[in-house]
Design a protein around this ligand. Structure first.
Ligand code: ATP
Ligand code: MG
Ligand code: MG
Length: 347
């Protein structure tokens, strides 16, 4: 049998491992943390840091193909891994998605519409950017942000100093605040043979920068859902992508604005575990293993709710609800803002 290597041992790596296991693969995760969600289910856990060249080479050689659950993998580590085994999705998807500025330039070059944005290397550039884009706006670190971390809202030019200070010197981009009607995402997959399959767009509700709920289908006209899926297919094709990608979109009066892309399985695609025959995790494993993509058509209307922080009060109700499927990540400590699990509910 073959072994799938997974970089990252969080909940996404855990659910990828489960899906791989169901298809008869073994999994090996590469993760510096000892006790992590994926370590409970993967066959092998290589516990080492991304600066450990010898461990990276050993990991690669223990696998047949390498994939990942997060996009911020250091370039040097990727260079080492790629000498030994294929990395799927490929390097171009990582290059584009690791840096918000590169990503927005790339999307704009493809003819898509990102939020209005400007590079903010220093204070003077922030003043220029605010003069051009206006307020409200959001300053974001170019790299390493997730769950709304590394972001500061600027409601008036007087907020500029504090916002820039909160970046701790990291290079940033300024984004105009998009007055969206709703947020949606497309979970799209592309196989090694170039076939593309997309799940129906879901509608996302964020609270404090963290995804709270995804409702499927999104309450949008059919033509807009088609636009979203075609846009997704263009992105995957342009990257010669292999695997599942999450594409976050704003629905605005003047059409679809691309918020960001994630070259991996995506939180807003967790509903597929109980709403489609082939969920996003199996779809991703199929793609990176070179198998044909599966059928992602939706069985019914469904809602995914994240369990964030201490969810113990909600647990009895979830367990008693015949429409609810519970997914927990095995994290010991329920810190505030931490994703502990999710529940998929038939609507
Ligand atoms: P993740 O990668 O976990 O999705 P992130 O840290 O990359 O999160 P973003 O997707 O950039 O964060 O932003 C989080 C949420 O904040 C968005 O889903 C949206 O609700 C809001 N937001 C971000 N940028 C804008 C914008 N330019 N206009 C309006 N809302 C925004
Ligand atoms: Mg992001
Ligand atoms: Mg996001």
């Amino acid at each position: 049998g073959s072994t799938i290597g997974i970089l990252g041992g969080g909940q996404l790596g855990r659910m990828l491992s489960v899906a791989a296991s169901r298809l008869g693969y073994k999994t090996c995760i590469f993760e510096p943390a000892g006790d992590c969600p994926a370590s409970h289910v993967a066959n092998f856990h290589l516990k080492a840091g991304y600066d450990d060249a010898e461990a990276l080479a050993r990991f690669a050689e223990a696998t047949d193909v390498i994939t990942y659950e997060f996009e911020n993998i250091p370039t040097d580590a990727l260079d080492i891994l790629e000498r030994h085994r294929p990395i799927r999705p490929g390097r171009e998807a990582l290059r584009v998605s690791q840096d918000r500025l590169v990503e927005k330039d790339w999307l704009a070059d493809l003819g898509l519409t990102p939020a209005p944005y400007a590079d903010v290397p220093d204070r003077a550039a922030l003043d220029d950017a605010l003069a051009r884009i206006g307020t409200p706006a959001i300053l974001k670190t170019r790299r390493f942000g997730y769950d709304g971390k590394g972001q500061a809202r600027i409601d008036s030019p007087g907020d500029a100093d504090e916002a820039l200070g909160s970046m701790n010197g990291a290079p940033a981009v300024l984004e105009g605040f998009v007055a969206f009607q709703r947020e949606i995402s497309v979970i799209a997959a592309r196989g090694l043979d170039g076939a593309v399959a997309c799940y129906d767009p879901g509608e996302n509700l964020h609270e404090g920068g963290i995804l709270r709920r995804t409702t499927v289908p999104a309450a949008i006209p059919h033509a807009l859902a088609t636009d979203a899926v075609l846009l997704a297919a263009r992105i995957l094709g342009a990257l010669d992508y292999v695997g599942v990608m999450g594409i976050e979109l704003f629905v605005t009066d003047s059409g679809l604005v691309v918020n960001e892309i994630a070259p991996r399985v995506h939180n807003s695609g967790h509903w597929t575990q109980n709403g489609a025959t082939i969920d996003q995790f199996e779809q991703h494993i199929r793609a990176v293993a070179g198998l044909p993509l599966g059928d992602g058509s939706r069985h019914g209307d469904i809602e995914m709710e994240n369990l964030i922080g201490d969810y113990s009060d909600a647990l009895p109700g979830i367990l008693a609800d015949p429409a609810a499927a519970l997914h927990l990540y095995g994290k010991a400590e329920a810190r505030p803002g931490r994703k502990m699990g999710h529940v998929n509910r038939r609507r």
